[in-house]
Design a protein around this ligand. Structure first.
Ligand code: R5P
Length: 315
């Protein structure tokens, strides 16, 4: 029994309306009606067309490109919901952008993940619901309750149902824990590639592989694919080490050019992504497969609304 009026009410910005519709289908509620658009001068207008007074409001808006525009759109939606006397406002951000900017690791650089966490709270969000943050510590940038779901189990279930049997590979030390968790879910061994970034320009440099892949199928697991430089370099390394069929999986498909072309030309046979971000209709030969997070988000929203445990979703 919820202390808010009626069912949870879900609205979408312009970052990923398809996901919001799928979440509503999973929740068996209608998507809330709102106008969210830009005027000719570039200013964003938001108006909720449903009465949301004392309602439990969920605003779905991943950090899709153009990232800054969609983040500001979310802030304006939160502000509008607060001024409309919403009972509670949850920002549902399945992909939290700027996750790489989570520390001051060079002179005179910002911590942009913290800045956007502050802005979401200042705008008036009461809760945050997100998925697979680049670094779990980003949870601590929020002082409102924050639930971080993971799609790892969904991906593991996908590969288990396909009978995948091989080695799970992390593309860098930072992702070793994630790859280990996936390997444990699949009851398979893990290998780790050592990746070093050489600058701020998305170029990665692969150095060596820790673990055995020779004669085995390999599954590279990462949190996000941006330009696919990381995946393709790891795939080349795995091939040179004698891996057989090479596949890849990631939670967030950002897929900035030339990611699709690179993947299509790489030794990677197929790539499994979730729909935290909208994926291209034409994968240009990159062999993309999708696992939907909508049922998981829908279940989390239902539990938050009814005051049930969200942690139970991980068991
Ligand atoms: C890096 O730390 C991340 O986990 C990903 O490996 C990285 O963001 C992927 O970027 P790209 O696809 O451009 O190599």
């Amino acid at each position: 029994m919820s202390r808010y009026v009626g069912d949870p009410i879900v609205f979408t910005g312009n970052a990923h309306p398809e996901l919001a519709r799928d979440v509503c289908a999973a929740l068996d509620v209608e998507l809330g009606c709102a106008n969210v658009f830009d005027f000719a001068n570039g200013n964003t207008f938001v108006q909720f067309l449903d009465n949301i007074r004392e309602r439990d409001v969920f605003l779905i808006q991943p950090g899709a490109k153009p990232v800054n525009h969609h983040l500001v759109e979310l802030l304006i939606m939160i502000d509008a919901a607060r001024r409309a006397s919403a009972g509670r406002i949850t920002a549902v951000v399945p992909y939290f952008a700027y996750g790489r900017s989570d520390k001051k690791d060079q002179p005179r650089v910002p911590i942009t993940a913290r800045l956007f966490a502050d802005l979401i709270q200042t705008a008036g969000a009461d809760r945050m619901l997100t998925m697979d943050l680049h670094a779990g510590q980003i949870q601590g940038f929020f002082h409102i309750p924050t639930d971080e779901l993971t799609a790892q189990r969904l991906l593991a279930e996908h590969f288990r149902s396909q009978g995948f049997d091989g080695v799970v590979v992390s593309p860098d030390f930072g992702g070793a824990k994630r790859a280990r968790a996936m390997a444990d879910l699949l009851n398979l061994p893990v290998a780790i590639a050592e990746k070093r970034r050489t600058g701020n320009d998305d170029r990665a440099e692969m150095l060596q592989l820790i673990g055995e892949v020779g004669g085995r199928d390999a599954l590279i697991v990462d949190d996000e694919i941006v330009t696919a430089g990381t995946l393709c370099e790891v795939a080349e390394l795995l091939r040179s080490e004698g891996a057989q069929r090479i596949r890849a999986a990631a939670i967030h498909g950002i897929l900035s050019p030339p990611a699709l072309e690179r993947l299509a030309m790489s030794p990677i046979a197929s790539v499994v992504l979730t729909d935290t971000l909208s994926l291209p209709e034409d994968d240009q030969g990159a062999e993309l497969e999708t696992v939907s997070v909508a049922p998981l988000l829908g279940e989390a929203i239902r539990r938050i609304h009814e005051g049930d445990s969200v942690g139970a979703l991980f068991r």
